[in-house]
Design a protein around this ligand. Sequence first.
Ligand code: ADP
Ligand code: MG
Length: 256
Amino acid sequence: MTVTEQESTSAAPGEALVVLDNVNKWFGDLHVLQDIDVTINRGEVVVVIGPSGSGKSTLCRAINRLETIDKGSISLDGTPLPEEGKELAKLRAEVGMVFQSFNLFAHKTILENVTLGPMKVRKKDKAAAEKRAKELLDRVGIGHQAAKYPAQLSGGQQQRVAIARALAMDPKVMLFDEPTSALDPEMIKEVLDVMVDLAEQGMTMVVVTHEMGFARTAAHRVLFMADGAIVEENTPEEFFTNPQSDRAKDFLGKIL
Ligand code: ADP
Ligand code: MG
């Protein structure tokens, strides 16, 4: 299945896909996630915004179980997140994650970076994995660089490979944790363009970013986090033009 075929009709959000119910987590005394109740619907694009240290990364990491939670529950497509083993590996495939640092395998080619997961976890044969990888690399504009190594690519190109690599697993949802924060300004747009395109294809996305242009163009909803809690939740238009809480007003005053 290509990305184009994937949920191509669901521009509008559908049924619940990721459900966080009363999620709480502590790091020692620090209550890093506080009573988080969020439902992310199929095809929905949710932008998470908030000051540094407010728990945005921890929230993302909890959704693909890079972090455990202490109270509450998280489910994907109606099933509680698995604890371990094969099921956990499958979950990591179904929840694609793109980090600020691109995390590509330095000693593997771009093509190998994208085929490795599908062959190992999804048990695809090499020919099928390569065919799909080439389609995805073409889609993110890196097709002609497939034989190169990560260090031969710019940051923006590497991040687009990281997106293709996550997509190669046919994820149900894509998480982006500040995907453009480490990039030089001229490379930010090429990555955001790929993300906008994905959003338009109906991919379910959770995106931690302060890129307002992306939020306005692609997001259905903005969650504003502060001190481990979701303080405000609104459409991008409402959130950016008419924030309700003092915390959000103060934060927007600093970044805009
Ligand atoms: P954000 O992504 O919004 O900047 P994080 O989720 O990374 O916030 O972190 C939230 C808080 O949890 C911060 O105070 C951070 O220092 C703390 N924190 C994050 N990871 C750990 C950890 N592994 N151990 C202890 N504290 C942590
Ligand atoms: Mg973070």
